[in-house]
Design a protein around this ligand. Structure first.
Ligand code: LLP
Length: 432
């Protein structure tokens, strides 16, 4: 059989990362220039791509009151957060650490919702101190702890219950959260009792209803199934004398990694707002918690080929990025596009390569079976790496995490320095 031909590279995800004169650019900055100047692995973000993604939400909203709380676990670099503050976003946080980051860039606490299944007392105190909009509470035990913490501080905590509506979001099992076998949320059948408890506890004020059913959703029907269940619950609560101020539908809108055609925010919001109107509930504020769809395709990870190794069964391109820098392929067998930053002209018969890193694990791969015309020293861009890239990076094998750069038109800013080994053992000590 003839070896396959290397196809002309086609950026999949973003119009902000495109070829010009056979060099891949981020906006007006050539990526080979950034790699040469700052080294690899290197995360590169596009400010315009981030703003473009934000505008897909803004333009879908219309007159209805909608608060978009960026799910900052997707990418919590301060430069990224600051852009979202400037654009008027709120934040969805899941830890005391994320709260500190949000406050460090001047986020308005009244636009922060605090999600997460395991909030500790110190995190509750910090969020109460700051004055967050709502705690998305996930169990009766958490309701009781939050009420105690707030009462001790002489405060009243605003709460939404994260309801688990038991709908199948049809996504990877590790990022599916709204099924009854998942650890998340309060089962829809128990939610009414939990609201009665919240209503009775002295340190709490009921603010809303919340759900988040999963991530990388490419169809809106699971959202609408969940919404219907939540609207029934809101009616039932009204019968119990419990009034809700906002409805939080979580995050989860998918992005294009290869050939997906995920719904746009407009596709999601139009039927959601229709249903609110049809049920006479259009006074409810709508809250969304998108992460990936705001930043996923605003970033790439640059990496350099160190060695080519033609084995008996497979061909390996050993690159300088690894599973510690970008975990999604190893953890979810995720597919992300790989583009040569300077493709060689002309289609050429090539080997399909597995892109692997230097980490001592067979799970350390970034892409498999990609037909690429490669040579040692080539710089590659791994696409759609803006979300859940750097935030899931680790220091395994005492590898410093990559530097991060934000491009803005023809300029670029180093927004996080590369870690050195010394950074990694700072805080450690030996016995006398
Ligand atoms: N709200 C809550 C409560 C969440 O748990 C999440 C994500 C979001 C919002 C934002 O979801 P998004 O819009 O980004 O889908 N590491 C995985 C994704 C894990 C998502 C966890 N929760 C990945 O790389 O695919």
């Amino acid at each position: 059989m003839n070896p396959p031909l290397a196809a002309l590279p086609q950026p999949a995800g973003s119009p902000y990362f495109q070829y010009r004169n056979s060099v891949l650019y981020a906006e007006d900055v050539p990526l080979d220039h950034l790699a040469a100047l700052l080294g690899t692995p290197l995360y590169v973000y596009s400010r315009a791509a981030l703003k473009g993604a934000w505008n897909t939400y803004r333009s879908a909203i219309g007159p209805h009151k909608v608060l978009v709380c960026y799910g900052m676990k997707a990418n919590s670099n301060l430069a990224v957060l600051k852009e979202f503050v400037r654009l008027g976003a709120g934040f969805d946080i899941v830890s005391g650490g994320e709260l500190e980051r949000a406050l460090a860039v001047g986020a308005d606490p009244a636009r922060i919702v605090f999600s997460g299944v395991g909030k500790q007392a110190w995190e509750m105190r910090a969020a109460l101190e700051a004055g967050v909009k709502s705690f998305n509470v996930e169990s009766e035990a958490e309701l009781r702890r939050l009420s105690d913490v707030a009462s001790h501080m002489g405060r009243v905590a605003p709460v939404s219950l994260r309801v688990n509506p038991d709908v199948d979001p049809q996504t990877h099992p590790y990022i599916s959260t709204g099924l009854k076998e998942n650890k998340f949320g309060i089962a829809i059948g128990q939610a009414r009792d939990a609201y009665r408890l919240a209503h009775a506890l002295p340190g709490l004020r009921i603010a809303g209803v919340d759900c988040h059913i999963g991530s990388q959703l490419t169809d809106i029907s699971p959202y609408l199934d969940a919404l219907d269940k939540l609207l029934d619950l809101i009616d039932a609560l009204a019968a119990d004398g419990i009034r809700i101020g906002h409805l939080d539908l979580g995050g989860g809108l998918g992005i294009r990694y290869s050939n997906e055609t995920p719904p746009s925010p407009r596709h999601l919001l139009a039927p959601v707002l229709d249903r609110l109107r049809a049920r006479g509930l259009d006074h409810l504020e709508l809250v969304l918690e998108p992460g990936r769809s705001l930043i996923g395709n605003a970033g790439v990870l640059l990496t350099t080929v160190q060695y080519l190794k033609h084995g008996e069964a497979r061909n390996f391109a050993i690159v300088d990025a690894a599973m510690n820098d970008l975990l999604r392929p190893a953890l979810y067998e995720a597919w992300q596009g790989v583009l040569p930053v300077r493709p060689r002209p002309g289609a050429k018969a090539c080997n399909p390569y597995d892109l692997v890193g230097p980490v001592c694990e067979s799970a350390d791969w970034l892409a498999r079976g990609r037909v690429l015309d490669l040579q040692q020293g080539d710089v590659l861009a791994i696409e759609s790496a803006g979300a859940y890239g750097m935030t899931m990076a680790s220091n395994y094998n005492t590898r410093g995490r990559p530097a991060e750069v934000m491009v803005d038109d023809g300029r670029f800013y180093l927004v996080r320095q590369r870690e050195t080994p010394r950074d990694l053992y700072r805080g450690e000590s030996t016995l006398p």
